[in-house]
Unconditional design. Structure first.
Length: 131
């Protein structure tokens, strides 16, 4: 469907179930789907979408809301690590990666091997005092 229909469905579902922030994942997923569509159409990167402050802020707020209720959510921590890494906030990406350990939602990040390489890089940078 259209971007508008996708967001309308996601937002409506989230609003109708406001008592459970897990429905925020629908809005996060809609944002990521749009990020992928824009990247494909404009020959840019998915990460560029999250570098736009309003997009980052909206998704980050949803992730934080979910984590406040579900602090062990691998899906939420994977989203957190992903968008923080995308925007270059490596200290926050490191924190998220430490919270999720070796667990990763591959539907969000991609292959686990890629996550493990990035996690190792974040740990090296942290250990060197880069952040």
């Amino acid at each position: 469907g259209s971007n508008e229909e996708m967001f309308e469905f996601a937002r409506k579902s989230y609003e109708e179930h406001k008592s459970d922030p897990v429905f925020g994942f629908l809005v996060i997923q809609a944002n990521d789907e749009l990020a992928k569509r824009i990247a494909l159409q404009s020959n840019t990167k998915r990460s560029d979408y999250y570098k736009i402050p309003v997009n980052y802020t909206a998704v980050k707020a949803l992730i934080d809301e979910i984590l406040s209720v579900y602090p062990q959510s691998v899906k939420a921590w994977t989203w957190s690590a992903t968008i923080e890494y995308f925007v270059g906030n490596y200290a926050a990406a490191y924190k998220a990666s430490q919270s999720m350990g070796d667990n990763v939602d591959e539907d969000i990040w991609g292959k686990k091997a890629s996550y493990m390489q990035t996690k190792a890089w974040l740990e090296r940078q942290h250990d060197k005092g880069v952040f």
